[in-house]
Design a protein around this ligand. Structure first.
Ligand SMILES: [Zn+2]
Length: 267
């Protein structure tokens, strides 16, 4: 473990985060990721290398486009910082280069799924399938992972898929259950169950906070239209669940929070 690798892993994460930002805007929108340089979304000015330094460009330019002054989404520096921290976390938990590369790819894919789910409230099937492929590769190619871990994915995904089934995808999207399938395979049963618990608790907490805020806003603003335009959500709007699943998985993976390790003796 050296300072060079620590700084290198953070740098690699920042660059990957910058790439994921561009991909989250272009993916499935008909614009190819290979289609030329990045441009300002408003004035169309081609961005120079100076405008594309992760985090630093955003801070130095005060969160505005250098050419037309339009506000740049906070998503850019946020995703870059999260990717940098994830990459450092992956290096600290996996100092071997092969395992670092594998988990780096897995966590960047998970981050992309989260960003995409928040932006578009859907998880792309190609991303879900890629993550399923990676998680199965992890179980079959890694001698230290017991084959019983194959059971963890379906066991943890089943409750979510059941909720989707009885509500016809209204209370929970099908993509969340498919996402959980991979997380279960990657984390195993007890760690995966802990992650799912943290996801449900944090999701419920944020959901209640949003409802309370919405009620207060409803009292303060008399008409429904002004309410909607100001906050952009109502009590009925569904909260994307993939970010909470990923949050739980990150807490359990990086900090080894295992709430159910004692039940492992039964398996
Ligand atoms: Zn501009």
């Amino acid at each position: 473990m050296s300072l060079t690798f620590i700084l290198g892993s953070i740098g690699l994460g920042l660059i990957a985060g910058s790439f994921l930002n561009a991909l989250s805007f272009r993916f499935h929108t008909g614009t190819s990721i290979m289609h030329g340089r990045s441009r300002c979304m408003r004035c169309g000015h081609t961005l120079s290398a100076l405008d594309l330094v992760p985090v630093l460009s955003y801070v130095l330019l005060g969160g505005r486009c250098r050419y037309c002054g339009v506000h740049i989404s906070i998503q850019y520096p946020l995703v870059e910082i999260v990717a940098g921290v994830l990459s450092l976390g992956v290096y600290l938990t996996n100092p071997s280069i092969l395992m670092y590369a594998f988990w780096f790819f897995v966590w960047m894919l998970i981050l992309f799924i989260v960003v995409y789910d928040i932006r578009h409230t859907v998880i792309p099937w190609s991303c879900s399938l890629l993550l399923i492929g990676l998680s199965l590769l992890y179980i079959f190619a890694n001698q230290s992972v017991p084959l019983e871990q194959l059971f963890a994915g379906p066991a943890l995904a089943a409750p979510l898929l059941f909720v989707s089934l009885i509500s016809q995808g209204m209370w929970m999207g099908w993509g969340d259950g498919v996402f959980e399938l991979s997380l279960g395979w990657l984390l195993g049963l007890t760690l995966g169950l802990s992650a799912l618990m943290i996801a449900i608790w944090s999701g419920a907490l944020i959901g209640v906070i949003l409802i309370v805020v919405e009620r207060i806003v409803a009292r303060l603003t008399p008409t429904a239209s002004s309410r909607k335009s100001k906050w952009g959500f109502t009590m009925r709007s569904e909260l994307p669940f993939a970010p909470f699943l990923a949050l739980g998985a990150a807490v359990c993976y990086f900090f080894h929070v295992d709430l159910f390790s004692h039940i492992a003796i039964f398996f």
